[in-house]
Design a protein around this ligand. Structure first.
Ligand code: FES
Length: 406
């Protein structure tokens, strides 16, 4: 009874489709993906800016493992951050001798390259323990002004340049980037980045859309090319086709909305020329994703990347990189724009909406709809790639067990 009147309601008819498709209760269709709460092993991950790693040991957490990172005479080294003697973090120690790191408790001193115990300071120069203890080490490299660390299962790491987006290897690029620790599982962050629907709805209030309008609706196919899967849009529907849905339906005043296609980037709109490095790649789609959780968004004159770095099951590192393939003075306008407003608009407000979503999301269970095909294809790519790795390592005599799922 409302306001003194009786209101009758008709029970809703049950949705037949929903009855047949109760939704996913877990991710068991992709067991490696489901088990990868703390990330995929066998990859390089960016862990911070090069300038953040000095001769002072610093602890990071990657795939749930505590790692000490230290720079010695220009080179960065990474070791397990737990002294094998009594468990004190080596990152609390310091460098007593070049090429080594010493534990702060009893002074066990490890060679940075090999991890071998080089000296036990408190037991004299001929301590018999020396040479009998080896601290696990991690391969470390520097690219894009960042330190990258490989976490594997004892295999020889593949060269980092085989894993970086192809266009970033061998081409000069100027980059603007943001590294931010964030709450939430890395898989949610990755799926959110590649999620077809969210850019049009979650980000409908992002100021970035003033500069880079997005379609309200695409007809999308997912294709794989090499190690990337692409969302290919054959047709696009813009906000003007759906008046009222976006906040800036008439963007003609800004002269940034002529949906003139750029041939080399499947569907990206622009009235400007495409950068030659980007054009040469012939990207079939605007958004693509690759292992171990790298998003690539191609604009005509720059590319935006997001690396979702697993810290542990509940936290990740957001590494956003915007790269412009310019040289010399031509790089200056990019820097000016990035520092002037893109860093705030895109790596700030726009990306902050993603941050919030990843913090509050909770899946599975989940009930999917058509645009989620992009997520299913990403999970399948991950699953297939993991199975290939397990087989490859088995051929090398390394057995990889699937982690337990909580
Ligand atoms: Fe590290 Fe004793 S705990 S030397």
């Amino acid at each position: 009874v409302q306001n003194g009147e009786q209101v009758t309601t008709t029970p809703r008819r049950r949705n037949q489709r929903a009855t047949k498709l109760p939704g996913r209760q877990d991710w068991s269709s992709w067991p490696h993906y489901q088990a990868a709460a703390a990330g995929f092993r066998g990859y390089w991950y960016p862990v911070g800016y090069s300038s953040q790693f000095t001769g002072k040991p610093r602890q990071i957490t990657l795939l749930g493992e505590k790692i000490v990172v230290i720079r010695d005479r220009g080179t960065v080294y990474a070791l397990k951050d737990r002294c094998p003697h009594r468990g004190v973090p080596l990152s609390e120690g310091n460098q007593q001798f070049p090429g080594t790191i010493s534990c702060p408790y009893h002074g066990w001193t490890f060679d940075l390259k090999t991890g071998n115990l080089a000296a036990a300071i408190t037991d004299g120069p001929s301590s018999p323990i020396c040479g009998k203890v080896t601290q696990p080490t991690y391969p470390a490299e520097e690219r894009l002004g960042m330190v990258w660390i490989f976490v594997g299962d004892g295999e020889q790491p593949h060269p980092i340049d085989e894993q970086l987006p192809e266009e970033l290897v061998g081409n000069a690029a100027v980059v603007g980037s943001r590294i931010q620790p964030r709450e939430g599982n890395w898989r949610f962050a990755c799926e959110n980045g590649y999620d077809e629907g969210h850019a049009k709805y979650l980000h409908r209030t992002a100021l970035w859309r003033l500069l880079k309008p997005m379609p309200v609706w695409n007809e999308t196919r997912i294709i794989q090319r090499g190690r990337w899967i692409y969302r290919v849009q054959d047709k696009q529907y813009w906000t003007a086709d759906f008046p009222g849905l976006g906040r800036w339906d008439n963007q003609a005043w800004f002269k940034l909305r002529p949906p003139k296609e750029v041939a080399n980037i499947g569907n990206t709109i622009s009235h400007r020329e495409t950068n030659p490095v980007i054009a040469a790649q012939e990207f079939p789609g605007f958004a693509s994703v690759s292992m171990p959780g790298v998003l690539r968004i191609v604009y005509p004159t720059f590319i935006h990347y997001e690396f979702y770095v697993p810290v542990d099951a509940g936290n990740h590192l957001y590494v956003g990189v915007m790269a412009s393939f310019q040289r010399g003075w031509r790089a200056l306008p990019f820097y000016a724009k990035y520092l002037g407003f893109v860093r705030w608009l895109f790596h700030g407000q726009f990306s902050g909406q993603d941050k919030w979503m990843v913090e509050v999301t909770d899946a599975p269970p989940e009930k999917l709809y058509r645009p989620d095909d992009s997520l299913l294809k990403w999970r399948k790519l991950a699953e297939d790639t993991c199975e290939e790795r397990v087989e490859r390592l088995a051929g090398q005599g390394i057995t990889v067990a699937l982690p337990e799922v909580d």
